[in-house]
Every structure is written in C-alpha cells, then in structure tokens.
Design a binder for this molecule. Structure first.
Ligand code: AMP
Ligand code: GLY
Length: 430
C-alpha cells in the first residue's frame, strides 16, 4: 500500500522534512499556519489551518486519507495534535502531549532528570511565585540561568553574568507574567545539539550540530530561534572529542530508557563544560535550523524510519553522507526585537546555486514571496569541510541579499570555529 504522509508545520525545518520525504515513495500532504511555497510545491495538497487545533488537523488528515503524520514544531505537540491523530488511527511521529512535556515544561524536565538519575543535570530549583525566585537569586552564591517553565520560542531564557545582572534578572522575573520559573546554575562552555529518531524504546542518533542563537555577528545581541548552524563531516564537532559525542548519546539513551512510550525526535542541547557534559534542555522535535543540517545528508529513507516506528519494529540503522554542512538563515531587518515584514525575497531554488534553499516564515503572494516577522529562509551548503560548506552557503546568501534582510556571515567561518576550539582549550586549561 502506498503511504500518505501528512506533514504538520510550515517553517524551514518542515521544508527540510518535506524535501526528505519527497525522495521517498510516499504521497505528501502538508498543513501549516502560513503557506510555505517550498513545501507547497513538494506536496500533493497544502492547507493553511491552525496547527494547534486538534480537530482541524485531524479532519484534514482524514480528508487526505493520511496513513502517517510527521509533526515539525513544538506548539502542535503541546496542543495534543499527536494524541488526536493517534486516536484517529493515524500514527503521528511526534510525542503525545504528556511526553512532549520533556520540552514544554522545563520544571518537569529537570525533575524528571533528577528522579531518573540522568547524568548531566545542573543544580536547579523551581518556583511558583516571583518573590521566592528573587529571594533565591539574593542568597545564591554564583550566576544563574532564569528560565520560564513554559514555551517561549527560544527567547525566554536570561543568563546572569552574560545577558543580565542580578538586579536585571529580578526585574525580568517581576515584570514578566510567567507563573512558573526554573532557576539553575549557569553553565559555561560550548553548546552543541544531538538529535535522535526515537520509537519503540529505541533511538537512532544523528551527527552533532552547533547552532548560533545570538542575533548578531560575534555572538552579540538578543537570543533568537537560531541564526544558523554547522556540522562536520564526522559525528562530532571540532571543539569536542568523539568520546564526548558518545557521552551525549549515552545521556539520550538514558533519557529514552526513562521515558515511557516516547516517539518522534528527541533533541538534546548540551553544554560541554570544564566539568564535563551538561544538559541545557531537551526538545521534543527536530531543531530549526538543525533539521536542515541533518536531513540533507541522511541517506536512509525517512519513510522506512516512519513505517518501522509505526509497525513496532526495530528502526533501520541510519547512514549519513560524510559531508560537513553549514546552514544560514536570512531574517527580516530588526529581527528578533522589532522585525519589519514585507520585504520581497529575491531567491529561489535555482538562484541558490550549489546551496539548498529552505523557505521558512514567508508569505507567497501573486507577485512574489515576502518576508513576515519571523526567520525568512535558510540556505545550506554541503562540502568536504566546514569551510567549503560555509562558502557555498554564503555565496547563495550574497546573491540573495537585499533590503530588509539580515544574516550572520560569521557562522561556519574558520575564525569563529577556531574561537570555539580556543574557548574549550582555555576552559580545559590546555
Ligand atoms: P533554551 O531555551 O533552554 O534553549 O535556552 C536558550 C539558551 O539559553 C541556550 O541555548 C543557552 O545558550 C542558554 N542557557 C540555557 N540554560 C543555561 C544554563 N544553565 N547556563 C548557561 N546558559 C544557559
Ligand atoms: N535551534 C533550536 C531549536 O530549534 O529550538
């Protein structure tokens, strides 16, 4: 029987998922809040709908006779879209609402790690009122990370000693309406991501990736959803060892063992510190941009993974092309604090040259493609080395650069990669 896959979500990550599935023997349908022109071209049908509305997603899934679903973003997971599809007999590759709490509730996430003795959990406390959190800041000896417990699109965390002082941290807690706050020890080191396909108690891991959250060159400015990311032509990254990558895999394995019935992608965000590996957070889905580093080099058929997951079988072993990848986002001017929408996007799959183009939050109108207030599109270069991949990505961005768009040209350049290596050497006392 031919499979019909419904993809939920319309960002760069979902465009990468769509392209990967378009190489499989499946009929693809997609739904999202925005009409992503890249996904719409790959799909047999595309519907704009509220992807956090279980009834709307389920009726579209039924209408197109979906046999499988892939859920890209966190908001639909938090809204129980996987539960609704599973109940309708349409296997959703994505955790149900309760399992997605590993991402959607940071207080739960830390308690879960502690209760299950999962290695790499930083010291933390959870608070339900602003004043006791502020008192803790006053009495704690050292810097803390301030984390709203719920979803904030990657923009809610403030780190003392880095972005805010103790006084600013308290002001932030008092001024924001977050009902639950996690305070945890500030970790210092280099960050990296490892993602795994998970189903039937089993996991299949993918190469490590480093994302760049800060808005501006040289890691300055506010946090964003992620401005770009790179991976090497092997499993680990230049500032870490293979053993450290394997340690991250062990932590993910311990996490999957402690989770009950988790299915979908489990994303681990790690901090490599002078005291070893720590978990910054988990996500219950692919990262965006990280999916765009991972899926273009995945040689295993994505549909085979989905079908094995649904059938309760052992997941296929994954193989990856041994290539480095560099992904760079173009974002609207003023992003993330005062983004200006409405710039015309002057790039398409052909003019991207050797780079792969992934559309994100853009709006397709009759006379062209326009930016919205979120990240607009990403380009991905693949090469023998990170430097080669970077040049391919940057060339594509240079040709697409126009008014109203901004990007970080430093991501993946030798100077920035070397800074990461030097930083780790310094922390290790080498
Ligand atoms: P999150 O939303 O949990 O991904 O956090 C966003 C960013 O905040 C991370 O990518 C880190 O750069 C930073 N961060 C989160 N937790 C900590 C921590 N305990 N120590 C230092 N930085 C942190
Ligand atoms: N790149 C980080 C995230 O997807 O949350």
């Amino acid at each position: 029987m031919e499979e019909t896959v419904l993809l939920v979500g319309g960002g760069g990550r979902e465009h990468a998922i769509a392209r990967s599935l378009s190489q499989s023997d499946a009929t693809l349908y997609a739904c999202a809040g925005n009409k992503n022109p890249g996904i719409a071209r790959l799909a047999t049908g595309f519907k704009t709908l509220d992807t956090t509305n279980p009834t709307a997603v389920r009726s579209y899934a039924r209408e197109v006779d979906a046999t499988l679903a892939v859920i890209g973003p966190e908001a639909p997971l938090a809204a129980g879209i996987a539960d609704a599809l599973d109940e309708a007999g349409i296997y959703a590759f994505g955790p149900q609402e309760n399992e997605a709490r590993i991402e959607t509730d940071k207080a739960f996430q830390r308690r879960f790690m502690k209760a299950n003795d999962i290695p790499g959990c930083p010291d933390f406390e959870t608070f339900e009122d602003a004043e006791s959190a502020c008192e803790f800041i006053d009495t704690y000896d050292g810097d803390l990370a301030i984390k709203p417990a719920g979803l904030t699109g990657g923009k809610g965390v403030k780190v003392m000693g880095d972005q805010v002082s103790a006084a600013e941290a308290k002001e932030y807690i008092r001024d924001s309406a977050y009902d639950r706050i996690v305070l945890e020890e500030r970790l210092v080191g280099e960050e990296f991501t490892v993602q795994a396909f998970v189903a039937n108690g089993q996991l299949r891991v993918t190469p490590a990736i480093q994302d760049h959250k800060r808005a501006f060159e040289g890691d300055e400015g506010p946090n964003t959803g992620g401005m770009g990311s790179y991976s090497d032509s092997r499993l680990s990254l230049p500032f870490m060892t293979e053993a450290e990558y394997l340690e991250a895999v062990d932590i993910l394995q311990a996490t999957v063992d402690a989770l009950d019935g988790y299915k979908g992608v489990l994303y681990g965000q790690f901090m490599l510190t002078a005291d070893g590996l720590k978990v910054i957070e988990y996500n219950a889905r692919f990262g965006d941009p990280e999916a765009m580093n991972t899926l273009p080099i995945l040689q295993t058929d994505f549909l085979d993974v989905l079908m094995a997951a649904r059938e309760g079988e052992s997941l296929p072993k994954l193989t990856f092309a041994q290539q480095a990848t560099v992904c760079k986002y173009a974002v609207p001017a003023g992003y993330p604090t005062e983004p200006e929408a409405g710039a015309r996007v002057g790039i398409d799959e052909e003019s991207a040259g050797d780079a792969q183009l992934f559309y994100a939050s853009v709006d397709e109108r009759e006379d062209g493609i326009y930016t919205t207030t979120s990240r607009s599109f990403a380009v991905v270069g693949l090469g023998e080395t990170i430097t080669e991949a970077e040049q391919i990505a940057q060339n594509a961005l240079d040709s697409a650069a126009g008014d109203g768009l901004r990007m970080r040209s430093d991501i993946g350049k030798p100077e920035l990669v070397q800074r990461r290596i030097d930083h780790m050497n310094e922390l290790r006392g080498e």
